[in-house]
Design a protein around this ligand. Sequence first.
Ligand code: ADP
Ligand code: MG
Length: 310
Amino acid sequence: MPSEFEIIRRYFDRPVRSATLGVGDDAALVSPRAGMEVAVSTDLLVEGRHFRAGADPRKLGHKALAVNLSDMAAMGATPRWATLALSLPDADATWIAAFAEGLFALADRFGTELIGGDTVRGPRSACICILGEVPRGQALRRDGACAGDDVWASGDLGGAALALARPDIAEAGQRLDQPEPRIALGERLLGRASAAIDVSDGFAQDLGHILERSGCGAHVQYERLPKFAAFARIGEPELERACVLAGGDDYELVFTAPPRERPALEALARELSVPLARVGEIRAGKSSLTVVDAHGREMTVPRGFDHFSR
Ligand code: ADP
Ligand code: MG
């Protein structure tokens, strides 16, 4: 079995392109470009909580980075650098090689460099810290939504949660294991969206964070929410509602924008081939979300994911 330092050298030490100093020293060195500020975010994936024991290491490498890239997308930031803290029960070279392969395949697609980390023996987990750049003062924050803004959602919702309920639906499993971070969309929403978040804990809960931070409410039409395609075929409306409104792990962007942006956003959706659905509007008043059905009747909104409340 390889030693800690062989693991690092063999699987994680790659020449850096834009960092001043990468893997191998006590700290890495990076400089943002002129006029940019640094966006920093961390996400931790733990075995038994975020992934099953025995999960495919290649997919796990992808997902560990994808969830972090998604946070950059939600800020409108361009991902640049990442560190990886890896805890492993053993130094299984095949496992580590596959994990690194999944991680670097995605990192290379988005020009993100691995510049450091930590490797320890312990329960299996992967924690990535990502750094991105965003033009100073322009990041898409959660607190910018205003009454009258439209609420938009990218792609489709509920697929990842469907995979947990119905492991037999292969395309849902793909959605859960291989989320596609909406980096290009996030970057292009700068100057157009007033607030944004990525859907990690469920549409209703994540939109709720925008409402709370922005001090406003929202009115959403369930019919307009973009739903993972398989729901149309399986015909289980209750499961669909639970997955679409409260399912986590979709990593789509939910954002708000003033109505004058509609033509530009519709054009952007075509240009990027990313569906954008206008699902409701922001309203003045208390930070509450109302979701109505096709007949305008208020629906009960199931709760989203919370690590400590169930
Ligand atoms: P230190 O003792 O200063 O924490 P380490 O011996 O843990 O340093 O790590 C040596 C170098 O390898 C450091 O530059 C660290 O950032 C990097 N490193 C360790 N583990 C990883 C990893 N999983 N991925 C990328 N870089 C890593
Ligand atoms: Mg260390």
